[in-house]
Ligand binder design. Sequence first.
Ligand code: NAI
Length: 412
Amino acid sequence: MSQPTSFPKSDIRVLLLEGVSATAVESFRAAGYSQVRTFEKALPVEQLHRELADAHLVGIRSRTQLDAEALSHARRVIAIGAFCIGTNQIDLEAAEVAGIPVFNAPYSNTRSVAELVVAEAIMLMRGIPQKNAQCHRGGWSKSAAGSHEVRGKTIGIIGYGHIGTQVGVIAEALGMQVLFHDIEAKLSLGNARAAAGLDDLLARSDVVTLHVPETPATQGMFGPGQIARMKPGAHLINASRGTVVDIDALAAAMKSGHVGGAAVDVFPVEPQGNADVFESPLVGLDNALLTPHIGGSTLEAQDNIGLEVAAKLIRYSDNGSTLSAVNFPEVTLPEHTGSTRLLHIHRNVPGVLSQVNEVFSRLGVNIDGQFLRTHAKVGYVVIDITATQDQADEVREQLAKIPGTLRTRVLY
Ligand code: NAI
């Protein structure tokens, strides 16, 4: 079913749920979108469906479930923004086959994680988790034994991506030696050096920190063997994913003293919400610095997410660019000043493109530029033309009639 959309910005209704950051609201207003409706919380299902039916651009965080049923109400929605990192709360395939790109902000909280990790490296090397626990129990163990400056010590970074590189840069500024291990060849920043392999990194690092994604290859990649190859008394930080580390093996090594201390932010099983009880083999160990998966949770990160996702939605709405959409053919587009742009989203079946081109030749409209990307199920073609508004509207109407068309839009 085709849903034609071609209207001025002032008619585009933006719906932002779950207290999406004010930076997003400001971005939309600054870009000329005056109809921005905000809700502080996730909406009850029926109200959500009603609101979706009226909205053109939708922003949610992690609590709003946009399943196939909810998306069936989103008849006018042209794009969805997940103002968070994950997109599990959205049925991405249902959105794609409805012609709706979904955008998120995978790297807005990179700095927040990196700062926490470096702070934890300092805390661990000073034995602060144990000292803090003792003081809370009325103990007083004033001693320099086992306490070290981080200056001149080696931090081993496993996974030298967005977060890993930032950790390296900040650690180096504190005078640490930076070693890293990655499965890809990576350009090192500053004086960081690639280790000869994971075992080499483990043998040389005073603090080991994990920054790998959750993949089949990283599940349990840090088990008893890797822990045994760490330097005696070295520390471990995991703010990546809970499944990466064998937590029972870590607990055993922390009890034996082979691992001096650990800072852990992510767990194999995490409570669903703040009302649930947290359980872990690390609970009760004085040398464990435990945090409830808040590595990326800062107000600055929220503001960055607001800016990043709003910018992606605005770009798509104004320009048609789907760069970095998580579920959609990615098209990067130049500005279209001086020409009119038509967007045609269709099921990826044979013959659609020739019918699209046939519309232009039939109506005698010359094509200035054409951009096409396809996924298995959906194709996205963008056509720039020099035409009057009436001609463009006529072209769009004809494009909307092509069998397999999901959505069409015209950007004047
Ligand atoms: P990224 O994708 O930029 O970097 C990951 C790096 O790990 C890449 O360079 C990749 O080549 C490398 N890698 C993949 N498999 C590997 C393996 N088996 N061995 C060694 N290296 C491997 O990801 P980013 O943004 O740096 O995030 C890293 C992790 O941090 C992710 O697991 C992410 O979920 C987690 N994270 C945790 C947060 C928290 O609140 N604790 C917040 C944000 C991210």
